[in-house]
Design a protein around this ligand. Structure first.
Ligand SMILES: Nc1ncnc2c1ncn2[C@@H]1O[C@H](COP(=O)(O)OP(=O)(O)OP(=O)(O)O)[C@@H](O)[C@H]1O
Ligand SMILES: [Mg+2]
Length: 431
């Protein structure tokens, strides 16, 4: 017979192994660090200019960051900070190297969601975040999944639950309750509206004293911030139901959206949500905060099946919440600027995969992105080492495998970027 004690014992063993793997992956201080990028990468893959053009510009202006030369090579290697300085200072053929960003608009919010487990959500979120950061964008990631895959991949493994989406929701409950109580007291109707009380467990945490920025942790990438998650955040699903009774007017599906509204509009360019493989309080918070939905799916029949039921359930949940709106969600119908399906783990030479791709296109038309993400050993391998293809040094693996994997993620990202630009056009200017 086995009890929770046996499960706890098995977990303790597993944690020991996890610690060991992390030590092998991260630097001796057990911190994940970001590598430097070679002049070849900076010129051709990041700025998309000729290597000799870049070399010429650097030679002409010694005040520009010059990177470092590694012992065995002739290439120069640059940190992301140096790359960003170059990006700000250089113009090539009168072209700015800065990525497009409409003035006066807040950051674009994209949710990577599907309740199919293992569809590639975290892999897509991680790679889009890194591709966007290399492209010059300032990125905020929000990990809505207590499995915390994205948080671990971004080097955050020691997270207290009050600094997760759960903390954001509980803080919002505190702030909203105080606001409603103040409004009730200020009402001149003569009738005394009931004062809402918070559960002591929430009130005593002091979350309402935290600033928005307290929830955003730095990652191993200097221009990527993260609202992390952790296993304990799974309790939010239980706790939230209880909070509903404490303050029935609290629109808790809008908690994260309200939180993000408090960020200065120009603090970030792109906000990416990694969603859990479930429809629940946390993932619906992601959906309500999102301007765009990106739905990754594997290229198999069962994955197609799950994706179909995901959009069905999402439609139902959104309709119910709008129809029976009793304060749970903001008034009005939730509308997305864009919805896309992205095939992942795609093998171009696999007949079945190609047939599934055609089926997806037949059903969803141009909602299916043109560039699927290919199946690659680089990611299987990087999964074990918790790194994206952008983080892996191309000298550490077969160059062709690296190039191919990188090209696949680059193309998917470039396409995503065009959809982000279109979605930005639809977004109102920030107040
Ligand atoms: N393009 C790819 N090539 C090879 N392996 C991939 C690729 N994309 C994802 N994988 C692998 O598939 C597995 C699941 O991927 P991932 O964790 O991104 O899925 P997920 O949808 O976030 O899962 P969950 O639902 O558990 O959150 C991982 O082991 C990952 O390394
Ligand atoms: Mg995941």
């Amino acid at each position: 017979m086995y009890t929770h004690q046996d499960l706890a014992q098995l977990q303790a063993q597993s944690l020991k192994m996890q610690g060991f793997i992390r030590q092998q992956t991260f630097s001796p201080e057990n911190e994940k660090t970001l590598r430097r990028f070679s002049s070849w990468e900076v010129a051709e893959l990041i700025f998309k200019v000729n290597q000799s053009t870049l070399r010429g510009r650097l030679a002409a202006d010694p005040t520009l960051p010059q990177g470092i030369v590694e012992e065995d090579g002739r290439q120069r290697w640059y940190t992301l900070e140096e790359i960003n300085t170059l990006r700000r200072k250089l113009r090539v053929n009168r072209r700015s190297l800065m990525p497009p960003r409409p003035a006066g608009k807040r950051a674009m919010r994209a949710a990577i969601a599907n309740f199919k487990g293992g569809a590639g959500k975290s892999t897509v979120a991680l790679h889009f975040a890194h591709a966007a950061a290399l492209d010059g964008y300032r990125v905020l990631c929000v990990d809505f999944d207590p499995q915390a895959t994205l948080s671990h991949s971004m080097g955050l493994s020691d997270v207290a639950e009050e600094f997760t989406v759960w903390g954001i929701m509980a803080r919002d409950l505190g702030l909203e309750t105080a606001r409603m109580n103040a409004a009730a007291q200020g009402a001149e109707s003569g009738t005394t509206l009931p004062q809402r009380r918070l559960p002591a467990s929430v009130a005593e945490m002091g979350l309402t004293d935290l600033r928005v920025s307290d929830f955003i942790k730095p990652t191993n990438w200097p221009t990527i911030g993260l609202v992390p998650s952790c296993a304990n955040a799974a309790f939010v699903e239980f706790a939230s139901a209880q909070y509903r009774h404490m303050n029935p007017e609290w629109s808790f599906f809008a908690a994260v959206s309200r939180f993000l509204d408090q960020l200065p509009p120009d603090a970030y360019d792109l906000i990416l949500f990694d969603c859990p493989p479930a429809i629940g309080y946390q993932s619906m918070n992601a959906v309500f905060a999102a301007d765009m939905l990106y739905i990754p799916s594997g290229p198999g029949y069962w994955e197609y099946d799950s994706t179909t039921s995901f959009i069905g359930q999402l439609a139902e949940a959104l309709e119910d919440l709008t129809r029976f709106n009793n304060g749970l969600v903001p008034a009005g119908t939730k509308a997305f600027a864009d919805i896309r399906f992205l095939l992942t783990r795609f093998e171009p030479n696999n007949d079945l995969h190609r047939a599934m791709q055609q089926a997806f296109v037949k059903v969803f038309g141009d909602r299916v992105t043109e560039h699927p993400i290919e199946m690659t050993r680089a990611v299987e391998q990087s999964g074990r080492f918790l790194s994206s293809i952008y983080e892996i040094d191309y000298r550490d693996m077969t160059r062709e495998t690296w190039r191919r994997a990188r090209a696949s993620f680059d193309q998917a990202y470039e396409e995503f970027k065009t959809h982000v630009a279109d979605a930005w056009d639809q977004l109102e200017e920030a107040a």
